[in-house]
Design a protein around this ligand. Structure first.
Ligand code: SF4
Ligand code: SF4
Ligand code: FES
Length: 509
């Protein structure tokens, strides 16, 4: 351990700690910085994190200095403050200061640090600035504004060290130096939008979010990406019922500070055309008041002959569906649906968020012919919850002439053949638990209002339980979780699921 004094405060940190991290601990906030990032190598190029170490003739950058026992460090004295101001001024010499039309405004490292450490009067006239390319499309998801770049190299190091794809580099020298891709190269790796997150200024912006919303208008909800079995922890940024973007939420045990581009765009399905918004009976719009009667008319009072679940459901929904089925078989849907290519970082081949949940509740899956055989072996109405099993021709054929009740979110082959269609909520419109590929139970929370007259799925299942009159239908999600807790693990209170690994304010800009 090393004992040191920072701004008069004594602290003890493990040997090998960087002075940058020790200063963060002692001050309760990070030193000014652009190039430092906890998950990337040290570049030491922005020179913003300078501190004074007693005994050293010059100021030193803290990110590239290790702690030493007995060090006495000053981070806020006049000499350091003057240096920070001068370095910031240097970074702003050619910066266009076009904050009013910049998407980064409101979450920009340059704006924040200017307000904290800058506040000088600019001595460079706008007309004297070096102009560079603006709004250059460098990949399917990212736009580069070279004038705003402070050459911190975070994006370059991300592509070299995290994805290993190396698309970005610094070209030219002096005040003509600029970030870019080599001719014919695109920034199109699976994680390209993370460069937008780590760019401390508005030089890299996301094509999807660009000019959609000022960031200070957004509200945030904690969630889990539904795009694959990894279960990256995410933040849903939304406003007035509309989702504008997903951002990774720090969880060192799942996704660290990253998420993939496919996952980032999963929110689009919440607002796309084809959402189911009203109950439908025999192909005609109905209403919730008539649902119980319509389902009872199919013979569901005596129970369903089969319940088909999906790995897109929450754990609570799977549990209730099983309860609703009673003695009837419960099938987990198609094992070969929603598969894709796995990559080396986060993206899993299983593109569903809760296949492990089916396993936890002992609900087996099968391919189309296996499910078709199960359907043919039962009598009575069939309840299908989520997914689109009728996309498989063998299942469509087996369902022909059968009474199907479908709970889903989008129009698809299964909704087209169902006698009763009940609109359920998408993951961002409800709360629940997904079990990721490592068996980690992770809670997601509601961010936006449900589409049309869609309902939370647990409420729909509770109503169907009432039709059968077999069980006391639960009156709240809390009650559903209480039942689920005792059925899977009496030692875990699912109403107290900790957001393990979530560090409030742990995002690094
Ligand atoms: S584009 Fe952004 S992340 Fe990349 S070097 Fe410039 S300022 Fe840094
Ligand atoms: S890796 Fe999977 S869970 Fe993570 S962001 Fe991508 S699709 Fe979502
Ligand atoms: S943060 Fe230390 S030099 Fe950039």
């Amino acid at each position: 351990m090393a004992k040191l004094t920072i701004d008069g405060k004594e602290i003890e940190v493990p040997d090998g700690t960087s002075l940058f991290d020790a200063c963060r601990d002692a001050r309760g906030e990070a030193l000014p910085h652009f190039c430092y990032h906890p998950d990337l190598s040290i570049a030491g190029v922005c020179r913003l994190c300078q501190v004074e170490v007693e005994g050293m003739p010059k100021l030193t950058i803290a990110c590239n200095t290790g702690v030493r026992d007995g060090m006495v460090v000053h981070t806020r004295n006049e000499r350091v403050t003057r240096a920070s101001t001068q370095i910031l001024e240097m970074h702003l010499i050619n910066h266009p200061v076009d904050c009013p039309i910049c998407d980064q405004a409101g979450e920009c490292g340059l704006q924040d640090q200017y307000m904290k450490y800058g506040l000088y009067d600019a001595e460079v006239e706008m007309d004297d600035k070096v102009n560079k390319a603006k709004a250059q499309v460098i990949g399917p998801h990212v736009i580069l504004d070279k004038e705003r770049c402070v050459l911190c190299t975070r994006c370059v190091r991300f592509c070299d060290e995290v994805t290993g794809t190396g698309e970005l580099g610094i070209f030219n020298r002096g005040n003509r130096a600029e970030i870019g891709t080599a001719p014919g190269v695109e920034l199109d790796n699976n994680y390209s939008m993370n460069t937008v997150d780590i760019c401390p200024v508005g030089a890299l912006t996301g094509r999807d979010f660009r000019f959609q919303k000022r960031v200070w208008m957004l509200k945030a909800a904690s969630s889990i990406c539904p795009g694959c079995a990894t279960g990256c922890n995410v933040r849903i940024d939304h406003e007035a019922g509309r989702i504008y973007r997903l951002k990774p939420r720090y969880n060192p045990e799942v996704n660290g500070r990253w998420m993939c581009d496919k996952g980032r765009l999963t929110y689009k399905a919440v607002h796309e055309d084809g959402r189911l918004g009203e109950p439908m009976v025999a192909g005609q719009p109905g209403n919730w008041a008539g649902v119980s009667g319509a389902v009872a008319d199919l013979g569901a009072k005596e129970g369903f002959g089969l319940a088909v679940a999906s790995p897109h459901l929450s754990l609570e929904e799977m549990y209730l569906l099983k309860k609703l089925a009673g003695e009837a078989p419960v099938h987990g849907g198609l094992t070969d649906a929603d598969r894709g290519e796995k990559d080396k970082l986060l993206l899993d081949a299983d593109r569903t968020p809760n296949r492990r949940g089916l396993g936890l509740l002992e609900i087996g899956q099968g391919d189309g012919s296996a499910l078709a055989a199960v359907i043919k072996g039962v009598t009575g109405p069939i309840l299908i919850h989520g997914g689109d099993p009728a996309a498989d021709p063998a299942v469509t054929e087996a369902l022909s002439g059968r009474d199907v009740v479908y709970i889903g979110t989008h129009e698809n082959a299964t909704s087209a053949l169902a006698a009763v269609v009940l609109p359920g909520a998408m993951w961002a419109e409800k709360a629940g638990i997904f079990v990721n590929r490592d068996g980690r139970l992770q809670e997601f929370r509601q961010a936006v209002a449900r589409h049309g007259n869609a309902r939370e799925d647990w409420r729909i299942l509770a109503e169907l339980l009432n039709v059968g009159g077999k069980e006391d239908a639960p009156g709240s999600l809390k009650a559903v979780r209480a039942g689920l807790t005792s059925s899977i693990d009496p030692g875990t209170d699912l109403n107290q699921l900790p957001e393990r690994g979530f560090v409030p304010g742990g995002e690094v800009r």
